[in-house]
Design a protein. Structure first.
Lengths: 464, 464, 464, 464
C-alpha cells in the first residue's frame, strides 16, 4: 500500500490488489521514449512561453535524458506503485532534480500524456510496417521477374481454371500489399495531429502554445477540440484494422504456400532454414512458418474486436476502460513486424518447382475457355452455345483420359465440325496464357508491364 | 431441378436444396442497377472495339433498360433457378432479344461481374453515408451555435471534472464525424478502380479496352492485376470498418443521450416524436432511439468480423466462400443510413435542459483544478503540492456540504494562507470555463473558433 | 404516424422514420407461434387462478387460434404501426373479440413476452439442430463402415504423417459432432426455465401462478429472479456459440473436402447434384457446397460477436438495445439448419476415390515412425537416437526417389546394421496402420470399436 | 542457430528469426507443472505395462521432480532453442540422467503432450474460476441480506420503472453468476477426457494402457478417437466463451456501479481503497475498478474471436496454427481470476447510500403501474384503458411537479371517478414493492425466498 500522487483527499490507502489491477506500468513502460520526447517538447514550450525558467527547463531536460539512458540500459527500477510510465518517469526526475521536476506537470494531465505517447507509438509503427512491406515487395518483384515463363494452373475454387504464369500470381500479392501500404500511409496522414496541450479534457488556462509542441514533435498541427482528443482512439482502431487486412492477405498467401508444399502439389519447397520437423515422425518437413502466419490472423482480428468492444458506448471523455487500448495494439504491431520479416525471408529462400507446376497444367483442361473463345471468335458461335460444346469436349477428353490441350483437332471436329485444325495452336498451354493480352491479364507481355508499373511505384516510396 | 447455363458436362441435375443453398439471387438482386450499368458499359465497349455489331449492342442496351424498368416496377419474375442477378438479367434479355442477348457475355465472367457490381454498390454507398454525415454535421453545428454559453459539467470517468460549455461537448462529436467522413472519402479514392474486363481470373484473349469501360463507369482507371481483382474484397472490408468506427462514435453519443435522459440527470429530453412508451408502465418515456443506435454497434462489428473470417486463408482467386461477402455489407450500409437519418432528426428535435446542466455544475467541485492552477500561477506553489492543498480544500468543502466554487476565499485561507481574495473570481464556474483559452480548449472564444473551423471545412464539401 | 398503445401521456405522434427504425415486426413476426402458445398458456393460467373468467378465456383462445391460422395461411395483415408481433396479435384479437382481447395483457408485460417467445424459439431450434446432427452422424458412420480398409495418408501440417484408414478419419468428425450434440443438449437443460410471469422487471401484484404457465409450456420450472429473467440473453449467446463451434468443425471438414477435390489430390468427387460449374470455363466442376459451408463460419462468428457487443455493459433490466438480439440468432439457426441438411446430402452422395488415396500413401515415407519405433522396440535404441537414424533413412530414400515403405531391409541395414529383415513387414503401409492398436488408435480393430461405441451412443439418443 | 531434436534429415540449421517466430517457450513455460505431471503419469504407465524398467522410470520421475523444483525456484534456464516447454524439460532431464531421459518420449508425441498440458491447464482453471465465483456469490448474498428493505427505483431503459428493493437487484447478479458457474461446471464435465497416449495422430503400436494414465491424472476416461483428440480445442473455445459470458454479466454490473457512483445518482460510494484519483483534478474520486472490469470484456471477447479464427478451416490433424491457442486462453483466464477477486473486494467494501436510493424513488412515478393495476383489479377497467387513464394521471402529476406516489386520491378522482381513497395505500412506494408477490418478484417475502434458494444451492457446492 503506497501513497499516490492523487491521494490528497483520500482517507484510505489503495489496496495492493488494486495496484496490480489498475496499474499500466507493466505494459506501458514500452512507451518511455515517446513519453520522454513528449516531456522534452512540453518543457521546451513552457520555457518558450515563459511559464518555466530556462534554468528549470534545462534541469528537466537533462534529467529526462538521464532517465531515458537508465531505461535503455536496464538500470531503471520500475515500481508498481508508480502506476504508469508517466508517473514512473516524473517520480524519478523529481528524485534527481527536486522541485524543478515537480514543475514539469504544469499545464498538462496524464490524459493528454497517454494520448500523446500512444499516438506517437502508433504513427511510428505505421511507418515501420510500411518499411517492411516495401522490402517484401522488392523480394516479391524479384521472384516475379524470375518466373515470367513459369506456367502454373490458375485456380478458382481450388480447381484448375486457366493457365497463368507464376509471376502474374505473385503480382496479385504485390497488388494487395500495395493497397496495404496505401492504407497505412493514409492513416498516418489523417492522424498526424498533436494531442499535447489538451490537458484533462477542456484545455488549460495556462498560456501554452500548442503549435510549438506540435512542431517539435513533427505533427502537422494541434488538434481542434480537446474533449475529443483525449478520448480519441480512431488512430489505434485504424492500425488494428489495417493490420487485420494485411493478415487477410498474408493468410491467403500462407494458405497457398501450405497447399503448394503438400506432397500432392509440390509446387514449392521451403528452405530447411525456414521449415521444422516432428518430434515423432522423422520424415516430416513442415511449413510451420506459413501455418503460423495463417494462424496469426486470429490474434490480430481479436485485437481489433477487443478495442472496438472497449470503445463502444463510452461517454466522454477519458474513462479507465481506455487503458485496455494498448496491449492489443502492441501485440498486433509486434506480430505484423516479425511476420513481415519472416515472410520476406521465407519467400527469398523458397524453391519454386517449375516442372511440377508445368506438369500440373496438363490436367484439368485448362484451355477449355480457349476452345469456347475459339468457337466464338473463329466459328462465330454464340458464347452460351460455345460453352456447351466445350463442356461436351471436356467430357469426351475425360473419357479418353487425356487433357484437352493434347486432344488434337480431329477428335474435336467429331464433336463440332466447325472446328478447324488451327485449334491446336489455340489450345496449347503457353499460347493460351499469352493470348490473355487484355490490360491486367496474364500474358507475358502484360505481366512485364505490371512489373514495370509496380517497380516505378515502389521507386517513388522511401523507407523513412 | 433445373438445367444450368454451365451444365454442359454434368450428368445429374442439381438438387433443389443445392439451389436454395447456393443461389445468391435472394440477396444480390439488390445489385440489379449496378449489374445493368456494368452490362451497358461492357456492351458499349464491345461495340467500340468491334467485337459486337452496333445493331446487336443497341438491341442489348434497349433490352437491359427494359429489364431495369421491369425490376423497378416490380414486374420482373425472379427465379431461384437463375442462381444470381447476373444470370437472371441475362436470361431475361435473351428471352427478349434472342441470340443477341447470348453475345453479351463475350469476354467476361461472372467473377468480374460480381466484382464490378459489388464495388459499384460500395462506392455509391460510401458517398451516400458521407452525404448523411454532412447533414448531421450541420445539425450538430447549429446545436453548438445555440449553446456556447450553456454550462455543463465536463466529465471523465462519468465524474464531474471541469466546467465546459455544451457547444464544446457537441463539437467533440463533430470532430469525430469529421474523421469518419475523411475515412469514407479515403476509401472511395483508394478503391475507385475498375474490375471490369478481368474475366475469370487471367484476363481475356478478346481485344477489349478496359479504359473504355472504366471511363464509362466513372472509375479512375482499370485495375492492374486481374487475379487480384477478382478476389479483392478490401473495399468491402474498408466500408465495414469505417461503419464500425462510425458506430463507436454513435454509440458513445447514444450512451450520453441515454444517461442524460435519466431522471437523475435530466440534461436533455427527447421529443415525443422520437421517444416510445411502455406497454405496462404508463409513465415511461424511453430513449429507444438512442438505445437502438447504441445496440446497432453490435451488428456492424459482427458484420466486419464475418467478412474477415470469410476471407482469411482463401487461396486465389475466386472461391464460393466469397459469396458470403454481400449480406453483411448490405446490412451495415442500411444500418448506417437509417441510423444517421434518425440520429439527425433526434438531435434536431432534442430539448436541452440548460438549467439542469447549470445546477449540476454546482456539485463535484468542478473548479478544483482552477484552485490548483491558481496556487501554481499566483502563489508559486509547485504543481504537485498545489494538488495536495486542493485535495484538502475539497475534503473541507465536502464536510461543509458546499461546492468549492461557493466556498469563499476566507475558508480557503484557513487551509493555506497564501490564497488571496482574488481566488473567488477564479473559482466561479463561468470564469473557469472561459479561462481555458489554450488552442482547442473550452472557452467561448476557442469554441467559436472551432465552430468557424468546422463550418469552413464543411463548406468545402459537397453532397454528391 | 399512428397512435400507439402506450401513447397516453405523449403529446406528439411518433415519426414514421421512428416506426421503421424502432419496429421489430419485420423480423419478430417469425415468433408468432411462440407468442400465441405463450398467450394461450397465460390466458389459461389467468382462468385457473380466477383472474379472468372462463368465458373471456375461451374467447381469447379461440381468437388466438384463429390468428395463428391467418398467419399460417398468409392472410394476416402485418402493420408496421403495430411495432412488434406481440402488439400485432393482440390488436387483431381485440378486433375479433373486443374487450375480452384487451384483458389478455393483464399481469404481463411485453418484456416477458419477448423473453418467452425468444427463449421458446431458441429451445426449439437447439432441438432441431440436434436432430439434424443425429442424421448426419448416421450418414458419417455408414461412410465409416464402408471404409475400414481404405488407406489414406494421415496428415499433420498438411504433410503426410502416418497411414490411417479413412473410416478413422471420418470418425474424428463423428467425435466432434458428438461434442456439439452434447453442448446443444446441455444448453437446453440449463435454460429450460420459464420467464413468463416476470412482467416488466419486478413481478406482478396479480395472484398469478407461474408454475401453471411453466408446466403448460413444458418448462422445468419458473425462473427465480424476474429482474434477471427479463434481460437474460445467456441462452441466445449459448446457441450462437454452439453454432460457432459447430461451424469450426464443419469448416474443417469443408476445407478437407475442397482440398481432397482438387486435381492434385482427387481423393473424393462430389456428385453432380451437389457441384456447380462455371459461366466461362466449361470444364469446371466446383465444390461450391463445401466452400459455402466453410464460408458460413464467418456469419455465425459475426452473429455471436454482435450479441456479445450488444449485451456488454447494459444496465438492468430491459434496454431497447436488446431488440438487436433476434436477427443474428435467426440467421445462425437457419444457417445451421440448411448447412447440416446439405452437408448430410453431400456426404451421402460423395464418391471416395480409394485408389487415389492408396496411391498417395506411397509418397512421404508414412512409415518412418514405424522404423523409429522398430529401432526402439526391437533394436533397443533410445527413441531420440532412433529418430535420427530414421531421418537419415528418409534422406536416403529421397535420394533414391523411392518411398521408405518400399526401400527394403538391405538398404536400411547400410544405414544401421542393427536393422533386421523383419523390418520389411513393419514398414508395410497396412501393417503400419494396423499396428496402432492403442485405445483410440487407427488400427482396424480399434476403428471397429469406435464405430460400435458411436453407434451405441447414437442409439440412446432420440429425434424429438 | 542450433541443432534441433528433429534435425536428422535437415541440411540447413534453422534461422534465429525462425526460432523466435516459431518457439512457444516464452508463453508455454507456464505449463511446466502440467507437463511434468503428464510425464510422470506417462512414465509410470510405461513401467506398469513393462515398456520401461522400474529403474529407468524411477530415475525419470526423480529428475522430473527436480526440474519442477528448479522451475519453481526460478533456477531453471530456459533456452529459446528448446522451442517449447516439452523439449525444455526433456533436454534437462536427459542432462541429469542421461539415456534414461531419452526413453521418456517412447510412445508419445509432442502433439499429445500439447493436448494434455493445455487441457489440464484449462480444467484446473475452470475450477479456480468457479471457486472465485462461489466466494463472490457469498459476498453478494451478504449484501442482499442487508438490503431487503432498501428501496431503489427499478429501471428499464435507464428510466424509473417500478420500486424494487436493492437485495432483489443484487440477486439478479447472483442469478447470472449461478448460470456462469453451471457453464464452467458443464464444461469440466464434458471435457474431462484424457488425450494422453494419442501420439501424433493415429495412436501408437506400443502396448500402452491409456486407462492408467487417464486415471493417474484424474480424467474420467481416455478419448475415443486420437485423430480428433490431437486437434480438438473445443475445451479451450468453451472456457473462452464462458469467460466472455461472465464478462457480459460483470460489465453490466460495472456499468451500473459507474452510473450509481456519479454525482447525479450517488447510490453507492466505492471505498477509498478501491478508488483512484486524478493527476490534475484534485477533487476526483474515480470508479476505475468498475471501468476496468467493464473494459476487460473487450479482451476476453477478442480472445474468443482469435481462437475461432485460428481453428476455422484447419484440416486434420495438428497444424502449427494451433500454437496460437494458448496466449489468448492464458490472458482470459488471468483476467477472469484477478477481476473476480477485485470485484468481490470492491463489493464487500462498497457503501450503499440508502437515503439517496429512497429519494430517487420519489421521481418518475414509479407506482404508475400500480395505479393501472388498481384500475384493473378494483375498478374493473380493461388493462389497455387503465394504461391510458394512468398516462393522463402521470401527465397531470408532471404539471403539478409532484410524484404520483404523493398525489393523493382526490386529484386522481378528478381524472377518473372510479378511483377510491384506498388508492393512496396502493401508490405508496413500499406497498408497491411488497405487492409484487408473484414467484420471483421483488416483494420482501419473495426476495427472502430467493436468498434462501441461492444459499441452499451454494451450500451444495464445494470449493475444490
Amino acid at each position: 500500500m503506497t501513497k499516490k500522487m492523487w491521494s490528497g483527499r483520500f482517507e484510505e490507502a489503495s489496496s495492493s490488489l488494486l495496484e496490480e489491477f489498475n496499474g499500466s506500468l507493466p505494459f506501458d513502460k514500452k512507451l518511455y521514449r515517446e513519453d520522454i520526447a513528449g516531456s522534452i517538447a512540453h518543457a521546451t514550450m513552457l520555457r518558450e512561453v515563459g511559464i518555466l525558467s530556462a534554468d528549470d527547463v534545462e534541469k528537466i531536460i537533462v534529467a529526462l535524458k538521464q532517465v531515458e539512458q537508465e531505461i535503455d540500459n536496464g538500470e531503471f527500477e520500475f515500481k508498481i506503485s508508480d502506476e504508469d510510465i508517466h508517473m514512473a518517469i516524473e517520480s524519478r526526475i523529481t528524485e534527481i532534480i527536486g522541485d524543478a521536476g515537480k514543475k514539469l506537470h504544469t499545464a498538462r494531465s496524464r490524459n493528454d500524456q497517454v494520448a500523446l505517447d500512444f499516438r506517437l507509438y502508433v504513427l511510428r509503427n505505421n511507418r515501420k510496417i510500411i518499411n517492411l512491406l516495401i522490402k517484401l515487395q522488392q523480394t516479391l518483384i524479384d521472384m516475379a521477374k524470375n518466373n515470367i515463363d513459369t506456367l502454373l494452373p490458375g485456380m478458382t475454387h481450388l480447381q484448375h481454371a486457366q493457365p497463368i504464369n507464376f509471376a502474374y500470381h505473385i503480382l496479385a500479392y504485390v497488388s494487395m500489399f500495395k493497397r496495404d501500404i496505401e492504407r497505412f500511409e493514409s492513416s498516418i496522414e489523417r492522424n498526424n495531429i498533436s494531442p499535447i496541450g489538451c490537458a484533462a479534457l477542456a484545455g488549460t488556462p495556462h498560456r501554452i502554445d500548442r503549435n510549438i509542441t506540435a512542431s517539435l514533435l513533427d505533427f502537422k498541427s494541434p488538434s481542434i477540440n480537446c474533449l475529443d482528443t483525449v478520448s480519441d482512439r480512431d488512430f489505434a482502431l485504424e492500425i488494428l484494422f489495417n493490420i487485420s487486412t494485411l493478415f487477410v492477405h498474408i493468410s491467403r498467401f500462407a494458405e497457398e504456400l501450405i497447399i503448394w508444399s503438400s506432397y500432392e502439389f509440390k509446387f514449392v519447397t521451403f528452405s530447411d532454414a525456414y521449415s521444422t520437423g516432428s518430434s515423432i515422425m522423422p520424415q516430416k518437413k513442415n511449413p510451420d512458418v506459413a501455418e503460423l502466419l495463417r494462424g496469426k490472423s486470429g490474434r490480430v482480428f481479436g485485437n481489433m474486436i477487443s478495442l472496438l468492444t472497449v470503445m463502444k458506448g463510452l461517454p466522454l471523455a477519458y474513462n479507465k476502460d481506455m487503458q485496455e487500448d494498448k496491449e492489443g495494439v502492441f501485440d498486433s504491431v509486434e506480430t505484423a513486424i516479425i511476420s513481415l520479416k519472416i515472410l520476406e525471408k521465407a519467400i527469398a529462400t523458397l524453391k519454386v518447382n517449375r516442372e511440377n507446376m508445368a506438369k500440373a497444367c496438363k490436367t484439368g483442361h485448362l484451355t477449355a475457355t480457349d476452345l469456347a473463345d475459339y468457337l466464338v471468335k473463329i466459328c462465330n458461335v454464340p458464347f452460351r452455345e460455345a460453352h456447351h460444346i466445350t463442356g461436351r469436349a471436356v467430357a469426351e477428353a475425360d473419357k479418353l483420359n487425356i487433357d484437352l490441350s493434347e486432344m488434337g483437332y480431329k477428335k474435336l471436329q467429331e464433336i463440332d465440325d466447325r472446328i478447324g485444325s488451327d485449334v491446336d495452336e489455340v489450345l496449347s498451354l503457353k499460347n493460351s496464357m499469352n493470348s490473355r493480352k487484355s490490360f491486367g491479364g496474364t500474358s507475358q507481355e502484360q505481366t512485364i508491364k505490371q512489373i514495370e508499373f509496380f517497380e516505378l511505384w515502389l521507386s517513388g516510396l522511401e523507407i523513412k
